[in-house]
Design a protein around this ligand. Structure first.
Ligand code: HEM
Length: 296
């Protein structure tokens, strides 16, 4: 689904062409994929219904149960048809899994290329969690440097570099260009995050830059929009960040990381593969060496 949604399609370039719509294989494939996904979600919903019928109040409510309850209640204030329930679930999975996973991979790649930053991030994590056997989410709020590392990773490697496409609602004039009503508008946040007008040494990985600046990714600093901005801004920002923080903290706390063979930090390949999210073109290969929690 993600490949189809982010791949190149001629129909996107000539949206009014019926002929292209007819001959485009991508649309058929997208339809098949959509149907398969909905059949799969039907099964999940069916299983949930059966479990609830069998165990009644004995099982705790999860996100799907809440959506199904709202669907069943069907009040005047809120009504949610079953297709909307399935679409919300699929949106959450497609929006939430790869984005966070990609961010962790880019962060690890940047840490391997910048051993000093790795050392500082690792010292912070190990100092803070000294003696703990595992990392829990309540530990995360106490981290400071690691948050800067994640911010800097998202500046250089926003998983959705063009955000989600917008449609222009009114004909308007921006920076000398006429944008007709109905045009698809893409916002290049990747370029904004590397624009020398706003960032010193924009291509360098320097988490410290955020220590003394108020620039944040909450959608109001337009040079830094890894979660987008406005009404369609990412609704899963806090959850996504918590996932990234938890994974990175665990990796840094429990393991020392080494590059294989003769690979030097500066040789780590940082090229990007096209698609959504933008992943590393070559997977990051590292040796993990177990670190005993008490031997800080
Ligand atoms: C590091 C993690 C994440 C990043 C960088 C990220 C980034 C983004 C971006 C850039 C957008 C488009 C915003 C726009 O066009 O203005 C978006 C939309 C969205 N994200 Fe995330 N996201 C992350 C995690 C998550 C998680 C964990 C979830 C849910 C579990 C999620 C759910 C969504 C949904 C449903 C949308 C579509 C919102 C809409 O169209 O109204 N995201 N995300």
């Amino acid at each position: 689904m993600l490949e189809l949604a982010s791949g190149f399609s001629l129909v996107d370039l000539y949206p009014s062409s019926r002929l292209l719509r007819l001959i485009s294989t991508g649309l058929d494939e997208a339809k098949r994929c959509h149907e398969r996904l909905h059949r799969f979600l039907d099964q999940i919903i069916e299983q949930k219904r059966q479990r609830e019928a069998t165990f009644g109040d004995g099982i705790s409510e999860d996100f799907l149960s809440v959506l199904l309850r709202i669907h069943d209640e069907d009040t005047e204030q809120i009504s949610l048809d079953i297709n909307s329930v399935k679409s919300i679930i699929s949106d959450l999975f497609s929006g939430g899994s790869e984005t966070a996973a990609t961010t962790v991979e880019w962060a690890m790649a940047e840490l391997m290329r910048n051993p000093k930053v790795m050392k500082e991030a690792q010292s912070e994590v190990r100092e803070l969690l000294r003696g703990c056997t595992s990392v829990t989410d309540s530990d995360l709020v106490r981290l400071n440097y690691l948050h800067l590392v994640i911010k800097e990773t998202l500046r250089l490697h926003p998983p959705a570099p063009l955000l989600l496409p917008r449609q222009c609602r009114e004909t308007c004039h921006v920076l000398g260009y006429d944008i007709p009503k109905g045009a698809t508008v893409l916002v290049n946040v990747w370029a904004l995050g590397r624009d020398p007008k706003y960032w010193e040494d924009p291509e360098e990985f320097k988490p410290e830059r955020f220590a003394t600046s108020n620039v944040d990714f909450r959608g109001t600093d337009f040079q830094f929009l890894p979660f987008g901005s406005g009404r369609r801004m990412c609704p899963g920002m806090s959850f996504g960040l918590a996932n990234v923080e938890l994974a990175l903290t665990t990796l840094l706390y429990h393991f020392d990381w080494k590059l294989p063979g003769n690979v030097k930090p500066e040789d780590v390949d940082m090229s990007e593969a096209p698609g959504l999210p933008v992943r590393k073109k070559t997977p990051l290969l590292l040796h993990a060496v177990r670190h005993e929690p008490d031997s800080v």
